[in-house]
Design a protein around this ligand. Structure first.
Ligand code: PMP
Length: 374
């Protein structure tokens, strides 16, 4: 197979994906931090309507979505980039700031595209270990910036650990970085954070004072449209936005995807209800895992990272139709990452996990009440 997509090396080499074993239908896909529910009806309707124009390119179709984002977030559309998922935004920004001799600082372990796009751009990667609570080690990241640094990447909330640094701390860091260094703040999981719940703005609130800041966000997580591939970048200045826009051909996001995302912005109330359920389930699943002796890291995302009760836990759960992610594939050996699904999927996952804990004789197994009913 040609080596076209280095960032997915890990996924391709996973026996699960290679053998086409991912669960579907009634099984639980809890391995990719996807939403458990499909698009709401108004989003499906918009997708169907847009499909009629499948014969037309999309270069003139992004206006309504840009307008919707401008109204929702208060950022002028001249400072918004659209991409095929936020992956596309991240990759383009990294490649634009890479180049021989440039240093790119990023947390590790973290979303793998930071390292792979840095390598693809022939820049020098400077990985910085996370803090003990799983969030970015902001002090260490700041200290890693040198006169050769072109780009500093932050992932907040953080994947794969789920940790979240308050925006006030991010602001302090951003203030202390020389203005010639671009800061790329990956906020793919922003809407799952307490700050979002409390009406905060996250990185968006820092943009106007920081022309060198890019906030990368997505329709894949909170809006649950991962299969449509729509992400966006909010940029601190028009100049930087124009520089990053140069790296994309016209119409890279499809008409169908643009229409779905635009309709999703009109369904915020539905998504907020889904978010309420997800946050409740996140607490319930975390408490149940703690009860099992697995102590997940505190999470402000739609997933939990915890120690695995037995080697091959993910593979064993897959045999029972529950797909979770082994930490070894994300730089966290001995851990598992579990996406929060529907209540029924979570029950199923917890039931299997409880069985493995019992088998392992891990701390907590056999104590107290049964953790979850199937
Ligand atoms: N950033 C992080 C931290 C992620 O975990 C992901 C996907 N899981 C992405 C970016 C990219 O997501 P998408 O391309 O679907 O927007």
């Amino acid at each position: 197979m040609p080596e076209t997509e280095p960032r997915w090396r890990e996924q391709r080499s996973s026996p699960v994906i290679r053998r086409g074993l991912l669960p579907s239908g009634d099984d639980a896909r809890l391995g990719a931090n996807e939403a458990p529910y499909g698009p709401p009806q108004p989003v499906l309707d918009a997708i169907m309507r847009s499909a009629v124009q499948g014969n037309n390119y999309a270069f003139d179709a992004s206006g309504p979505l840009l307008g919707g984002l401008e109204r929702w977030l208060g950022v002028p559309s001249s400072r918004i980039l659209l991409g095929a998922g936020s992956n596309d935004i991240l990759e383009r920004a990294i490649l634009a700031l890479a180049g021989p001799g440039n240093e790119i600082v990023y947390p590790t372990p973290a979303y793998p595209i930071y390292a792979s796009a840095t390598a693809a751009g022939q820049a020098v990667g400077v990985p910085v270990a996370n803090a003990a609570d799983g969030s970015n080690d902001l002090e260490a990241l700041r200290a890693a910036v040198t006169p050769n640094t072109s780009l500093l990447i932050l992932c907040n909330p953080h994947n794969p650990t789920g940790g979240h640094a308050p925006t006030s701390a991010i602001a302090e860091l951003v203030d202390g970085v020389p203005p010639g260094v671009v800061i790329l703040l990956d906020e793919a999981y922003w809407e799952f954070s307490d700050e979002f719940q409390e009406g905060g703005q996250g990185g968006r609130g820092l943009l106007d004072a920081h022309p060198n800041l890019v906030c990368s966000r997505t329709f894949s997580k909170f809006f649950g449209l991962a299969g449509l591939r729509v992400g966006y970048g909010l940029v601190g200045s028009e100049e930087l936005a124009a520089q990053l826009r140069l790296r994309q051909g016209p119409g890279a996001v499809t008409r169908v995807s643009l229409a779905g995302a635009e309709a999703a912005l009109e369904c915020i109330d539905i998504y907020r209800e889904r978010l309420d359920e997800l946050r409740r389930e996140r607490e319930r699943v975390a408490a149940a895992c703690t009860e099992l002796g697995l102590d997940p890291l505190p999470s402000q995302t739609n997933f939990l990272l915890m120690p695995e009760p037995l080697p091959q836990t993910a593979e064993r759960m897959l045999e029972h139709g529950v797909w979770i992610r082994p930490g070894a594939t994300m730089g966290c050996p001995g851990q598992i990452r579990v996406t929060i699904g529907t209540p029924a999927q979570n029950d199923r996952m917890l039931e299997l996990l409880a069985g493995l804990v019992e088998e392992a004789g891990a701390p907590g197994s056999g104590d107290g009440e049964p953790v979850a009913a199937p």
